[in-house]
Design a protein. Structure first.
Length: 398
């Protein structure tokens, strides 16, 4: 997806919101239909049957007929694609869409004349029953794009994402491998010794977010004041999300350009960030601490970094078993939990090798990933020997 910032006029924004409402209405109707299905009652209506039902609904309701049939049909197609992913076991079951939270629709059959350049930094895209909507031309629009999705985030910003698969980044061909150890205190530690951090909110921004959250707790539900506070919070959260996405894109691009093999741990992030609240009968323990850990994992962008690495360097990302990567000495291979003195310091109890704990884990990930990559190619092992002189040139702390 190649995403651009849309700049609609107030009139166009109202038309876009109507499209979002129609798409959300059609989606929720599909959810309701499938919720009523039970085994033994026959199969749920398919895409063709629901398209016929949509035609009947448009003939009966004028407000639905006033919208774009393309937007409404694509909402049906999106739902059936989501159900196909659910039955394939790759995604969760589709859920209800809520106004203000899930705002968006998709346009297909985009012709070359539907996107044009107005100036050096401004372009226009043609949206049915809305007209030409301006967008910030931050980079050229892909010629292969035949559809695009319009979305509105909680901060009120509109974006247009053109469906185009970019070419992968070619491997440098140097044979270098790198290990990436993901953490909370250090977002990504590389086997080269680099410690990377996700840029979040600044101190002043975090202080303002805290004040807004306290004001939100005392605001009356449904009031205009509460809506203004929520919009201000959404803008701060969007700023934090944008910085995390920008860091992920730049970091994944640098790794894909510099290394032939990229090793990462095969982590079940969804299971790791599952709530520990429990039930009324069996309440969880340390719920507040676990919630803070979950927020730290999600803020570090673990899943997004690996996902973009796989997109930019397909076939060069090796996922390894995370067991013992943090407690094994990269110098002598001795595994002991006592070697992990603290979050940042690793001191081997066998050979005395002392290094930053995250960097030591990243080196173990690199060696294992390089061995897997060589074994897959059928070549001789290129990994370093286990018994070697310990290195003391890597940092201890970030």
């Amino acid at each position: 997806m190649t995403r651009y910032r849309l700049q609609p006029s107030p009139v166009q924004e109202q038309a876009l919101l109507e499209h979002c409402g129609h798409a959300r209405f059609v989606w929720n109707l599909c959810i309701e239909q499938h919720a009523c299905w039970r085994p033994g009652r026959g199969s749920a209506p398919g895409f063709a049957a629901q398209c016929r039902q949509l035609t009947q609904a448009r003939a009966e309701f004028a407000w639905l007929q006033a919208g774009s049939v393309t937007v409404q049909q694509q909402a049906l197609k999106d739902f059936h694609q989501a159900m196909a992913h659910f039955f394939a076991g790759t995604h969760r079951r589709p859920t209800w869409r809520k106004a203000g939270r899930h705002e968006g629709f998709r346009i297909v059959a985009v012709k070359p004349g539907d996107v044009r350049r107005v100036s050096r930094r401004v372009g226009q895209v043609k949206i049915p029953k809305v007209g030409w909507v301006r967008f910030r031309l931050s980079r050229p629009v892909p010629d292969t794009a035949r559809s695009f999705r319009v979305t509105r985030d909680r901060a009120g910003r509109w974006h247009g994402a053109f469906a185009a698969i970019p070419d992968p980044i070619p491997a440098p061909g140097t044979g270098k491998a790198v290990g990436v150890d993901r953490g909370v205190a250090v977002a990504a530690a590389l086997s080269t010794g680099d410690l990377l951090q996700v840029p979040g909110l600044r101190e002043t921004e975090r202080a303002r977010l805290g004040r807004l959250l306290r004001r939100l707790a005392h605001a009356q539900r449904g009031s205009k004041r509460r809506a203004r506070i929520k919009a201000a919070i959404a803008r701060l959260k969007a700023r934090e999300t944008d910085r995390r996405k920008d860091w992920i894109e730049k970091t994944s691009t640098d790794l894909a350009r510099q290394f032939d093999v990229i090793g990462v741990e095969d982590l079940n992030i969804r299971g790791m960030t599952r709530s520990a609240r429990g039930t009324v009968q069996a309440p969880g323990r340390n719920v507040a601490q676990k919630a803070g850990l979950n927020r730290g994992i999600l803020a570090a962008g673990w899943g997004g970094l690996v996902r973009r690495l796989e997109d930019k360097a397909p076939g060069r990302v090796v996922k390894i078993d995370p067991r013992n990567t943090s407690r094994t000495c990269n110098a002598c291979g001795h595994a002991a939990g006592e070697s992990r003195k603290s979050q940042a310091v690793f001191s081997c109890v066998a050979c005395g090798h002392r290094v930053n704990a995250d960097v030591n884990a990243a080196c173990n990930i690199r060696d294992t990933a390089a061995g897997h990559a060589v074994a897959a190619r059928g070549g001789p092992p290129l990994g370093r020997p286990v018994n070697r002189e310990p290195r003391h040139d890597l940092p201890l702390t970030g």
